[in-house]
Design a protein around this ligand. Structure first.
Ligand code: PLP
Length: 359
């Protein structure tokens, strides 16, 4: 077997320890004589798995008791519709902070359901910064304010939570579980699984219970958060295998020491990679230092004509998926929880050697 270091932005690396457990579990899961994919989601074994996954996620994120944890399908993208569907109507205004491509998508989706006020927009500087909160133009009675705490493509991250009493909604797809957060500062947190939770196909929504009451009754059943809250997310057949893997990842994170431990590792990984980029004149990262992402590190080579060579040689060196997003160009190293520190060390070493030969 040969595993590469995988810097994919998503679907992304999973911990090898978890993959080993999955492989061993497949033919006979927990003594059932079946794989987890072959059992009823309403049977006692799977129901126990679902309860354990929720309890472990609650422990990892210290989710307060007055929040529901929902497991849905449709990815983070469907939540971009479900947020306005459940929280706002045509008579309402919702504030959006556009710090990257995902926030822009979320705002475009919300316009179908309510009035959208763009409180701040960093597209003027190609999403390389988070506009200072003092410059935001917020509405007086916003149904909520939507932020993207980590913009996966540009690699910009909020290192604060917006102030004030408005309900904060956060698309945490690419930052959830990377460090402790104060869930009580948010009304809603949503995250597609395929970056830091598990495989694609399952989505986590954490929603304060009073907000479950706002949805109009005529929404389709599967678009109503409360349907999931009332059915333990068994509104219809859930993506059982993805849920099982997420449960394994949560257990793995708890074994590692929870999110304090992850934060220490992630901070170290990101710091040394940014330091290596900043110390060189061959590589650069355009994002302002106070909002650089811990999870997605884009960088460009001073000479873009070397990009293809860099990518080819990095693949040969066992470093996969470093190509930057097409809208940004250059490179991007996604260094999610499951990307080991040794992978970051190997990348830094490769970058230094490539610079030595080609710089
Ligand atoms: C990947 C990503 C999405 C899209 O998620 P899907 O699950 O594919 O819908 C949305 N927002 C952010 C911040 C992401 O990183």
């Amino acid at each position: 077997m040969s595993r590469v270091y995988n810097f994919s932005a998503g679907p992304a690396a999973l911990p090898l320890e978890v993959l080993d457990i999955i492989r061993d579990d497949i033919p006979d899961w927990e003594g059932t004589g079946m794989s987890v994919m072959e059992v009823s989601h309403r049977g006692k074994d799977f129901v126990a798995l679902a309860a354990r996954a929720e309890a472990n996620l609650r422990e990892l994120l210290s989710i307060p008791a007055d929040y529901s944890v929902l497991f849905t399908q449709g990815g983070a993208t469907l939540q971009m519709s479900m947020v306005p569907m459940n929280l706002a109507g045509p008579e309402h205004t919702a504030d959006y902070v556009i710090s990257g491509s995902w926030g822009k998508k979320a705002a475009a989706e919300a316009r179908k359901f309510c009035t959208v006020n763009i409180a701040a927009d960093a597209s003027d500087e190609k999403f390389t910064y988070i506009p200072d909160e003092s410059s935001w133009r917020r509405s007086d009675n916003a149904a909520y304010i939507h932020i993207t705490p980590n913009e996966t493509i540009a690699g910009v991250e909020f290192h604060f939570v917006p102030s004030g009493d408005a309900i904060v909604v956060g698309d945490m797809s690419s930052t959830i579980l990377s460090r402790p957060i104060d869930v009580s500062r948010y009304g809603v947190i949503y995250a597609g699984a395929q970056k830091n939770i598990g495989p694609a196909g399952i989505t986590v929504v954490i929603v304060r219970n009073d907000l479950l009451e706002r949805a109009p009754a005529n929404l389709p059943h599967l678009m109503i958060w409360k349907s999931y809250a009332e059915s333990e997310s068994m509104t219809n057949t859930p993506p059982t295998f993805a849920w099982y893997v997420a449960d394994q990842v949560f257990q793995y994170l708890l074994r590692l020491g929870g999110l304090e431990a992850m934060a220490e590792i992630n901070n170290r990984k990101a710091s040394k990679l940014y330091a290596a980029i900043d110390e060189s004149s061959f590589y650069s990262n355009p994002v302002r230092e106070n909002c650089r992402s811990w999870m997605n590190v884009p960088f460009v080579l001073a000479d873009a004509s070397l990009d293809a060579k860099f990518l080819e040689e990095s693949v040969a060196a066992g470093l996969a998926n470093l190509k930057g997003h097409r809208s940004v160009g250059g490179m991007r190293a996604s260094i999610y929880n499951a990307v080991p520190e040794a992978a970051v060390d190997a990348l830094i070493e490769f970058m230094a050697e490539f610079e030595r030969v080609n710089g």
